[in-house]
Ligand binder design. Structure first.
Ligand SMILES: [Zn+2]
Ligand SMILES: [Zn+2]
Ligand SMILES: [Zn+2]
Length: 141
């Protein structure tokens, strides 16, 4: 596992007014160092050596998502994935093995305009998430 920057994580928690607890620090550090979308059980696996239980993990990553330091996405099977919210990006997802890859370069402006034009009930879009599904090179060959 990469080196964890506890100091940076603590500063982040304080900045948003959250009490710094060991569990929160550890969780945030795991999300910061492992920059791939992870499920609660992925996160749990990385915390095997700690006493942090599933409920604590779930509650805190949901809290992080609510305040925006973590992004939540429903990538497959309606399972929630969480990742540290750094730069705006989207995901390519392999439908066979579940591999997830980031891609940058967001081109949703036209799509949003179209959606709003068609919409009866909405007049603004605040955020979006976008996942593209296909086969990775390993699974395709
Ligand atoms: Zn694959
Ligand atoms: Zn990502
Ligand atoms: Zn985007």
């Amino acid at each position: 596992m990469p080196k964890i920057d506890y100091k940076h994580s603590a500063q982040q928690l304080q900045k948003i007014g959250l009490k710094v607890t060991p569990a929160r620090l550890t969780l945030l550090s795991v999300l910061q160092t492992h920059r791939q979308p992870q499920t609660i059980s992925d996160i749990k696996k990385q915390l095997k050596k700690t006493r942090i239980d599933l409920v604590t993990i779930y509650r805190n990553v949901e809290l992080f998502a609510k305040i925006g330091i973590v992004k939540k996405a429903l990538i497959r099977d309606n399972e929630a994935f969480y990742e540290y919210n750094s730069t705006h990006h989207h995901h390519l997802v392999c439908q066979s093995c579940g591999r997830i890859e980031d891609f940058e370069g967001c081109n949703t402006r036209n799509l949003i305009e179209k959606a709003l034009k068609q919409s009866q009930y909405f007049n603004s879009i605040k955020e979006h998430s976008l996942e593209l599904f296909g086969l990775c090179k390993t699974c395709a060959s």
